[in-house]
Design a protein around this ligand. Sequence first.
Ligand code: NAP
Ligand code: F7E
Length: 383
Amino acid sequence: MSKVALITGITGQDGAYLTEYLLKKGYTVHGIKRRSSLFNTDRIDHLYQDPHVVNRNLILHYGDLTDSMNITRIIQETQPDEIYNLAAMSHVKVSFDSPEYTANADGIGTLRILEAVRLLGLTNKTRIYQASTSELYGLVQEVPQKETTPFYPRSPYAVAKLYGYWITVNYREAYNMHASNGILFNHESPIRGETFVTRKITRAVSRIMLGMQEKVYLGNLSARRDWGHAKDYVKAMYLILQQDTASDYVIATGITTEVREFVKMAFAEGGVEINFRGEGVDEKGYIASVDEKVFKEKVGEEYLPVILSKKDTVVVAVDPQYFRPTEVELLIGDPTKSKTTLGWEPKYDLPGLVADMMEGDIKLMKKDSYLKDGGYRIMNYFE
Ligand code: NAP
Ligand code: F7E
């Protein structure tokens, strides 16, 4: 008998990679997806199976973490061996605009799952993974951050996730449930949501190099993050649920990098060197030089005249609308426990991640003329 997994947030970045990973391991995967007025399954469409296929191993259910009855029914119907609770309003800046909804989905949503498992008498059968986050460390109390580092959340998102973290620990201790937190540091990929800073940068840089956009506006260029690849991080989720005893784990690379440096790395993928000049809101990124050989190979010879004509022009500027009311300036994780206990080893380093994202976005921008207008609008209005 194959194992049964239930994934909330299956249409998100991590949900998509985890689904692919578990299907390859022979799991039957059930996923909860929100009803939307347009299709929202782009990231898992390549895994989709027609409902009329006999013995399907990927089954989607409409649902929402704010709806207890719906969550309880789906868990009852699917009788999962493992639940991966990945669903969340996951954007830190947006959580300042929608704090109550964020608390409901990200905080109480976690409780709904734990309590459903308990009420349905599944505490001995069902293992639970809770998607906790490095945002819990917020105003960091220790460098690097590890499992024992005190939390200091700095956004409604992080405060909601703090509840999710502790209610998971509490159900583990109170009811002896196999419920674990993965405290994951930032992880990115070519299918990362477009308004997170890495993807916003790789999309914009690709478009600038293709002559589709003049410049990109960003917020705090000095923020530092410990960025890994989502493909590596979903393996850690799986490993956490394979342990005999439930526990909490930091998943990180142990290296931290400024947003400003990520911008340079993204341009460097196309052979374009960026210099930053000025300070604070007046800081700007200029094109300093172009390595024509690299540009031709990675972007395309036909786009070379455009980028050469932009030498010494501004391609990165700061817009304070992207600042957060309270910021998390520095995150760097210590993954010792996950490496020694889980045997987790990431395959990608940051240059490998940037290369993967840039390759994906250059390809996407070349083929998707729809993004010419739509994508630019999105970048200007959000986060
Ligand atoms: P994501 O791409 O934003 O995906 C979030 C998923 O949750 C989407 O499938 C979304 O559905 C779904 N969702 C949102 N609100 C929901 C609700 N009320 N009910 C049901 N589903 C809902 O996030 P991700 O990057 O994959 O992250 C996965 C989880 O890990 C999240 O809980 C996030 O907070 C956490 N996390 C992420 C990182 C990171 O760096 N990526 C680090 C630490 C922790 P739609 O597709 O319909 O929007
Ligand atoms: O911001 C700065 C911004 O939105 C990273 C989520 O997956 O990881 C993510 O949260 C940094 C921040 O991710 C822009 O101020 C500068 O300091 O990519 P982000 P995040 O806030 O770290 C954690 C671990 C999660 O759990 C979350 O779910 O970049 N920054 N300029 C910018 N950020 C954005 N979005 N847009 C900018 O223009």
